[in-house]
Design a protein around this ligand. Structure first.
Ligand SMILES: [Zn+2]
Length: 296
């Protein structure tokens, strides 16, 4: 409760900031050119997008993200595709020549007929590697539709890997959510996280881990784990489009997120074998290859 006022204040500030982007940019009908990233000026400019469903516009309850083949879930996937399309359009308008979009949601969330042109889309399981197709040729990574780590009070649908077993992870003593986990894998390839989209809590977590050069676009503000103030799609899609353009301009300033090796790792989770009175299990160990981070 101590931080409730601060949260509210920073959330309304962020909301204003998001709308500020809109006010500035709405009258601009022709997109202004984005300053190209000097390190990739000569070759193709490639951006990798990893998506999740919980942080999409309009998504705020697990009934939209967990059960397969239900009408709520199908609509939620359409919301995600709209967010992806806005970001893809923004990246293309800023001069990105190659975009790979990975369906990172556990039960998959792409709706193929809604794929915006100008990107390549990867979905389905199993597939090689956690961030399939990512390598050092990408100038930046975007985490789209992301969510805050397990235990975030105002984090809509917050969890880390498994919401059911309430997993929590610490690397070198720092509690880390999926934002940091994905960014650390990209960091192995020296690819910086240039943009994060999700709720206000996700944006706050992104700034904590990646600094303020990483563009953070909020599409809703959490009130609890399954309640939110949702922002209208017309506004979120415009902010996502503009955010993607800003992220391209920020590529040169964003640093890859790297974990010092070997990683001292700790994981806490509920014992799945005893659902009546679940017991917390603590596992500690050393991870010496960041690409195996999620196997721990
Ligand atoms: Zn997730």
């Amino acid at each position: 409760m101590r931080n409730a006022t601060n949260h509210t204040k920073s959330a309304s500030f962020l909301r204003t900031a998001t709308l500020g982007i809109l006010c500035v940019c709405l009258p601009v009908l022709v997109a202004a050119p984005v300053r190209p990233n000097p390190s990739h000026a000569a070759g193709p400019l490639r951006v990798y997008i990893v998506t999740d469903l919980e942080g999409a516009s309009g998504v705020y309850k697990f009934a939209q993200t967990r059960e397969a083949n239900n009408p709520l879930g199908e609509k939620a996937k359409e919301y995600l595709m709209g967010d992806i399309a806005a970001v893809v359009r923004g990246l293309r308008s800023a001069g990105v020549t190659d975009i790979v979009v990975l369906d990172g949601h556990g039960s998959q969330a792409f709706v193929p007929e809604l794929m915006a042109p100008g990107a390549r889309y990867i979905t389905g399981l199993p597939r090689p590697g956690h961030l399939t197709g990512l390598d050092g040729s990408f100038a930046g990574m975007i985490q789209l539709g992301a969510h805050a780590m397990m235990g975030t009070l105002d984090g809509v649908l917050c969890h880390t890997q498994s919401s059911r077993s309430e997993n929590r992870y610490w690397y070198n003593g720092v509690e880390s959510g999926e934002l940091a986990q994905c960014a650390a894998i990209a960091g192995h390839y020296d690819v910086p996280t240039i943009m994060v989209t999700g709720d206000e809590a996700t944006c706050r977590e992104a700034r904590q881990f990646f600094g303020t050069d990483c563009v953070a676009v909020a599409v809703k503000r959490g009130l609890s784990r399954e309640a939110a103030e949702l922002y209208p799609f017309e506004e979120t899609r415009q902010a996502l489009y503009e955010g993607a353009r800003q992220a391209v301009a920020a590529i040169g300033r964003c640093k890859p997120y790297k974990l010092t090796l070997p990683i001292q790792a700790k994981k806490e989770y509920l014992d799945p074998s005893n659902s009546n009175s679940p017991r917390r299990i603590v596992k500690e160990g050393v991870v010496d290859d960041v690409l195996k981070l999620l196997d721990f």
